[in-house]
Design a protein around this ligand. Structure first.
Ligand SMILES: NC(=O)c1ccc[n+]([C@@H]2O[C@H](COP(=O)([O-])OP(=O)(O)OC[C@H]3O[C@@H](n4cnc5c(N)ncnc54)[C@H](OP(=O)(O)O)[C@@H]3O)[C@@H](O)[C@H]2O)c1
Length: 320
C-alpha cells in the first residue's frame, strides 16, 4: 500500500500530451463527483468531461468549480489550437437499458474517442422485487446491469483511444472480489431475492466477472473494479433513506460515521490512483488502490459463456 502522499504525488504527476475524454456515470454526487473534480484539477482543466445522471443542477454546480484550460498562466504549455474543453451533462435514468443504449449512441456520435469511462452511479437499497417494463429487477438493474450495458456500448470509443496509443480505461467503483460465488441456478435473482440482499450481494460478483470477461475480449483496455470502503457521501446521509426509523438511527450514528468513514476527497484521490494505474487488463483494487486480484472470477468456460449470454440478453445489448 503506497502512503497517501505517494498516491497524491503519483496522481499529480499525471500529465498526458492530449486532453483526455472522461465519461462519468454518477458525477453528480459523492465519489463520482469528487473524482471528476480531482481529475479536472490535476489536469488543470485540460480534460473533456461528460457527466451522465439525472441531476443537471448538481452537474452544473460541479462544472462551475472546475478549472478551465484558459486559467493557465502565460507560461502554460497549452497549445493555442486546443479546442475548448467540453463540460457536458447528459440526462439518463439508469433503470432502463433502452435509455442507456440511446445515450451511449449519442455519446459516441459526439465523442468517438473515450479515454476513461468511470462508473460510480448506484445505490444500495433493500425491498421487494420490482421489475421494470424491460423485465429487470430495479435494484439489480442499478447495482449491475446498467454497467454491463454502458461498458459494452461504449467499447468502440475506448478502442479508438487505445488505437491512438492513448489511455483506454474502464473504472467501476463497487467491489474487489468480495462477493459470493455466482448462483448460476438463479441468474438475475428471480427466485431467491431475500428483500434485495441477493442482488446487492451477487451484484458485486457479477461486476467482477463481467469486467474480467470484458478484459479477456479487449486485452488492450484496462478494466478496474475498486472497492471504496465506507465513504462520507450523500449515500450515507439521513436524506438517503425514506424510512423515518432508519433516518433517526442514521442521525444518531452520524458523529461515529463521520469519525470512522473515509473523507470523500481522500477516497477520490485513491480512486484516481486506481484509475490511472494499470494500462491494460483486469484489476481488482482495495480501498487504497492496491491490486488484490484476480479474486472470485474462477469459473468454467461454460459458466462464463452462460453468464455473458445472460448479461447480453438481459440488457438487450449487441456485441460491439
Ligand atoms: N459511500 C459508501 O460508503 C459506499 C460504500 C460501498 C459502496 N458504495 C458504492 O459506491 C458507488 C458510489 O457511491 P456514492 O457514495 O458516491 O453514492 P452517492 O453519493 O449516493 O451517488 C450516487 C450516484 O448514483 C446516481 N444514481 C443513482 N440512481 C440513479 C439512476 N436511477 N439513474 C442515474 N443515476 C443514478 C446519482 O445520480 P443522480 O444525480 O441522478 O441521483 C449519484 O450521482 C455506489 O454504487 C455505492 O453503492 C459506496
Amino acid at each position: 500500500m503506497p502512503p497517501f502522499r505517494l498516491v497524491k504525488a503519483s496522481n499529480d504527476a499525471y500529465s498526458p500530451s492530449y486532453a483526455p475524454v472522461v465519461v462519468v456515470f454518477g458525477g453528480t454526487s459523492g465519489i463520482g463527483r469528487a473524482m471528476t473534480k480531482r481529475l479536472a484539477e490535476l489536469l488543470q482543466g485540460r480534460v473533456h468531461i461528460v457527466v451522465v445522471g439525472r441531476n443537471k443542477p448538481e452537474a452544473d454546480k460541479l462544472f462551475a468549480t472546475l478549472p478551465t484550460p484558459t486559467s493557465f498562466g502565460p507560461s502554460s504549455a497549452q497549445p493555442k489550437s486546443e479546442p475548448e474543453c467540453t463540460r457536458e451533462f447528459i440526462y439518463c435514468d439508469l433503470y432502463h437499458m433502452s435509455n442507456i443504449h440511446r445515450i451511449c449512441t449519442e455519446i459516441l456520435s459526439r465523442f468517438p474517442k473515450i479515454n476513461y469511462l468511470v462508473l460510480t452511479a448506484g445505490v444500495a437499497s433493500f425491498g421487494a422485487r420490482c421489475e421494470t417494463d424491460e423485465g429487470i429487477d430495479k435494484l439489480f438493474a442499478l447495482r449491475f446491469y446498467w454497467k454491463f450495458a454502458a461498458i459494452n456500448d461504449l467499447l468502440p470509443g475506448l478502442r479508438v483511444a487505445r488505437d491512438r496509443g492513448e489511455a483506454a480505461s474502464v473504472f467501476v467503483c463497487l467491489g474487489m472480489g468480495n462477493g459470493p460465488k455466482i448462483d448460476f441456478g438463479d441468474l438475475g435473482a428471480k427466485t431467491k431475492y431475500w428483500k434485495g440482499v441477493r442482488p446487492i450481494w451477487q451484484g458485486l460478483s457479477y461486476g467482477d466477472l463481467a469486467l474480467a470477461l470484458f478484459a479477456e475480449r479487449d486485452p488492450e483496455i484496462a478494466f478496474t473494479h475498486m472497492f471504496p470502503g465506507m465513504v462520507r457521501t450523500e449515500a450515507n446521509s439521513p436524506q438517503a433513506v425514506s424510512n423515518p426509523i432508519l433516518k433517526f438511527i442514521i442521525w444518531l450514528l452520524l458523529p461515529l460515521m463521520w469519525l470512522l468513514f473515509i473523507p470523500v476527497d481522500v477516497s477520490a484521490e485513491n480512486m484516481i490512483y486506481g484509475l490511472l494505474n494499470g494500462e491494460k487488463g483486469f484489476f481488482q483494487r482495495n480501498t487504497v488502490g492496491d491490486s488484490v486480484g484476480p479474486r472470485n472470477v474462477n469459473y468454467s468456460e461454460r459458466e462464463k459463456e452462460r453468464f455473458w449470454e445472460h448479461c447480453m440478453q438481459t440488457t438487450r445489448s449487441v456485441p460491439k
